[in-house]
Ligand binder design. Structure first.
Ligand SMILES: [Fe+2]
Ligand SMILES: [Fe+2]
Length: 278
């Protein structure tokens, strides 16, 4: 099979609209040490759709407030910093999938996979020291953004997915051979171009390099990926080596994993409705 011209892809990447401006702006604000809730409310209120989503989630079963919350500031306080970050990331990613009509099937699979990894990573993070659970969720949502980028900028990404399935070869290897870089690398590159915080683009860039780095967040993404893929929610193979190495970096045992996997499906169904269903 011929190689594809990576410069064409990098050129087309420039035409992809970055993550919704307001959402990235708020994420950047919240990443600075001394921001105020008023700043967050100010930016969020500029986006009507975002305001509606924040109110919807604050009033959802997850928080089940006694009285209906109608005020944005109140809703943001109820959600709290961590949940707001997660929500912003999820909504930002979701915005790509609606615009992608012809490739909807694969796009939906990537979305479901991303949300699953996000939820799995958040659940596992509660059993790991020194890992922020909202960051785990957020990176879970973003980790495979490179696949979305490749899907949007090429005509052959579906073919690559099919080859990976048929040959049982790691998808990153196929991407690197045919394109010159893999989805993790292009994802990290694009997030950097979009000026997202360094922690985000670095972890995304290295998310398949669990065995090379002794990094808890990367290990968490690797283990979550493995568990989600074994449930059939993904495009990759389940990599045992990554799983074993990740488990040791995170100091997790099989009982903990089994417990988390058991609760996963119910939580996933509930949150999928909130993030996907309207
Ligand atoms: Fe990936
Ligand atoms: Fe993944």
């Amino acid at each position: 099979m011929m190689k594809f011209d990576s410069s064409v892809i990098l050129e087309k990447v420039k035409d992809i609209p970055p993550l919704p401006q307001i959402a990235s702006k708020i994420l950047a604000v919240m990443n600075s040490k001394d921001y105020s809730i008023s700043e967050v409310v100010y930016y969020a209120s500029k986006d009507v759709a975002l305001t509606a989503e924040i109110l919807k989630v604050a009033n959802s079963a997850i928080f089940s407030p006694r009285d209906e919350i109608k005020d944005l500031r109140h809703a943001i306080v109820i959600l709290g910093e961590k949940n707001l970050k997660s929500l912003l990331a999820a909504l930002s990613m979701k915005s790509y999938f609606y615009k992608n009509e012809p490739k909807k099937d694969l796009a939906n699979k990537i979305w479901e996979h991303s949300l699953s990894v996000a939820i799995m990573a958040r659940l596992l993070s509660q059993h790991v020291t020194d890992v922020d659970s909202s960051e785990a969720f957020l990176l879970g949502i973003l980790h495979d953004i490179g696949k979305v980028i490749l899907l949007l900028t090429t005509e052959f990404y579906e073919e690559i997915v099919t080859i990976a399935r048929k040959t049982n070869v790691n998808i990153c290897e196929i991407e690197s051979n045919l394109i010159g870089f893999n989805h993790a690398e292009i994802g990290g590159y694009v997030l950097k171009e979009w000026k997202l915080p360094r922690t985000y683009y670095e972890k995304v860039y290295y998310h398949h390099d669990v065995t090379e780095y002794n990094d808890k967040m990367i290990a968490l993404l690797g283990v979550s990926n493995y568990l989600v893929n074994t449930k059939g929610i993904g495009l990759n193979l389940s990599d045992e080596v990554v799983f074993e190495k990740g488990m040791s970096i995170l100091n997790l045992d099989n009982d903990t994993i089994n417990g988390v996997v058991e609760t996963f499906s119910e939580i996933y169904e509930m949150e999928r409705k909130i993030f996907t269903g309207d």
